[in-house]
Ligand binder design. Structure first.
Ligand code: NOJ
Length: 552
């Protein structure tokens, strides 16, 4: 893989901000850019090198920012462009890059383009969206049918997500020019790149053929995922980005690693990294709403498939949490018995793979899922739709249990800064429920504890940043069939790192790959305070260890 001037992102790690719940700086109960400004030093102290902002643009919030009504401005709840510039300048001054969310598969139905487009066919915006006299059989990913009748235009518009998120018609060159204008606007302000929302969906197959009839969601997927013109359109956007020193990470729902390679390498390379989903399905089938027992083998298979397939050709985006998934300790770890151990072990399980890691706000202190008692207390469009649309005959307890397992709202509770009222997030009642565990799980408590999850994240991020082996070394997995241990190695020249993670509530016999037998490695990291505490070659529940070996 050739290295070029833009490879800075490979040495980096990012912190993701979902601003509404990050930190309230102006006392109205809503997180904002004033709050971000105050917390920039905290973010930098983690050892990350960049911030990804989930959308902070004006939005009616039908999908909390992913329904944009003005691409070139800041939501008044969060501040204004002047405050954004202040944040950006300070971020840069302390060594943090800033990337924005680019959401151009759809807009809000309150975007002026859509308001104009509704008016009818003789209008400069009439072909900005996908209008039809009769819908096909596609279902949306969020809210039932993918088509909504508009009484003004007397036609149906396509929305792959919520009703209030009409899909843009990317086949229209004017729409692509708008996208380029958005890129330029933010790049000229000084941002360093973009995370590109559902970017593999933006080109739809001509004629919009009917999809698989019996699937309740995403049945048109074969006709809009990696669509016919996707690489041409992305090449146009890439060209703009190349005028700047700009980094692009795409989000690719349902993308196979093979098709990801087309975006990430070779003549169609248009993105630097791809956010994949395979490893987020180790405890579910296709979506968290179809739960399955957690399978470590499934998780490892997904991790290794991406690591091996991209090796030497492209670069991975590494994550375990973001605003779209419930908290990972509550899923793949042990929320109650081994909260701290599993929180740290999960960090080790992904931060040392080859790629650029993302840490989601609150993940670094081990925040967990919230369990609100009634669906009326939830705000996420997907949670509400799924609750009402499916399993209506199940008892209420079971229906709520499913929401507790799957809801995106669990990742969107206010960040727990201290143990004061409202978890120190705001002095005002927050816009959304605070997790009641904030007295125990909060930044202030963990800052005071050298053995905290927070302290451990700092150690891991520093270790990765300063090791050529962890940054660039090759990846190899051992014992792929083991259902309690995840063992992987990173190798660069003579230096090898061996990473061992226990996914079990019970002790597990440590197994060392034969190449390491009899060799003395240096223990660099362990998630228990007494690394020597494991006895008779047994590893403790949710233990994680990182060894460094020199192998001739
Ligand atoms: C992916 C985003 O991460 C998610 O939050 C959003 O709801 C959908 N795309 C639609 O924009």
């Amino acid at each position: 893989m050739s290295r070029n001037k833009k490879d800075w992102y490979r040495r980096m790690s990012f912190y993701q901000i979902w601003i509404r719940s990050f930190y309230d700086g102006n006392g109205d109960g809503i997180g904002d850019l004033y709050g971000v400004y105050e917390k920039l030093d905290y973010i930098r102290s983690l050892g990350v090198d960049g911030i990804w902002f989930s959308p902070i643009y004006p939005s009616p919030n039908a999908d909390f920012g992913y329904d944009i009504s003005d691409y070139k401005n800041i939501h008044p709840d969060y501040g204004d462009l002047a405050q954004f510039q202040k944040v950006l300048d300070k971020a840069h001054a302390i060594g943090l890059k800033v990337i924005m969310d680019l959401v151009v598969n759809h807009t809000s139905d309150e975007h002026p383009w859509f308001l104009e487009s509704r008016k009818g066919k003789d209008n400069p915006y009439s072909d900005y969206y996908i209008w039809r006299d009769a819908p096909n059989n596609w279902n949306s990913l969020f809210e039932g049918k993918a088509w909504e009748y508009d009484p003004v235009r007397k036609q149906y518009y396509l929305h792959l997500f919520a009703k209030k998120q009409p899909d843009l018609n990317m086949d229209n060159p004017k729409v692509r020019e708008e996208v380029k204008g958005i890129l330029r606007f933010w790049l000229d302000l000084g941002v360093d790149g973009f995370r590109e929302d559902v970017i593999n969906f933006i080109s739809k197959k001509e004629g919009l053929p009917d999809g698989i009839p019996f699937l309740p969601a995403a049945n048109g997927l074969p006709y809009y995922k990696d669509g016919p013109h996707i690489h041409e359109y992305l090449a146009e956007f890439r060209k703009v980005c190349e005028e700047y020193d700009c980094f692009q990470v795409g989000e690719g729902p349902f993308t196979s690693v093979k098709s990801a390679l087309k975006y990430l390498s070779g003549p169609t390379k248009s993105l630097d990294m791809m956010i994949s989903f395979d490893h987020m399905m180790a405890d579910c089938f296709l979506s968290e709403y179809i739960p399955r027992p957690f399978s470590l083998r499934k998780l490892k298979k997904a991790f290794s498939k991406w690591q091996y397939t991209l090796a030497g050709k492209a670069w991975n985006a590494l994550y375990l949490e973001n605003h779209d998934h419930p908290r990972v300790i509550s899923r793949y770890g042990s929320e109650h018995l081994y909260w701290k151990e599993s929180g740290k072990m999960l960090a080790v399980s992904y931060l040392f793979q080859q790629g650029t890691p993302f840490v989601y706000q609150g993940q670094e202190i081990g925040m967990t899922n919230i369990r609100l008692s009634s669906i009326d207390q939830y705000v996420d469009v997907v949670s509400i739709y799924n609750y009402h649309a499916f399993h209506q005959k199940d008892p209420e307890k079971k229906r709520m249990h499913r929401i507790h397992l799957a809801s995106r709202d669990s990742a969107r509770t206010p960040v727990q800064w201290d143990d004061s009222r409202y978890a120190g997030f705001s002095e005002h009642k927050p816009w959304f429920a605070v997790n009641p565990n904030y007295k125990k799980i909060n930044v202030a408590a963990e800052e005071a504890d050298p053995d905290s999850i927070l302290a451990f994240y700092r150690k891991c991020l520093a270790l990765r940043k300063h090791s050529k082996t962890l940054l660039y070394g090759t990846y190899r997995e051992y014992f792929p069939k083991h259902d309690k241990l995840y063992v992987y190695e990173r190798a660069y020249g003579e230096i090898r790192y061996l990473i061992i993670c226990v996914f079990s509530h019970f002790p597990v016999k440590l197994q060392l790959p034969t190449v390491y037998a009899g060799k003395k490695g240096q223990l660099l990291l362990c998630n228990y305070p007494d690394p020597e505490g494991s006895e008779n070659g047994m590893m403790r529940p949710y233990e994680a260890r990182v060894y460094r070996f020199r192998v001739k």
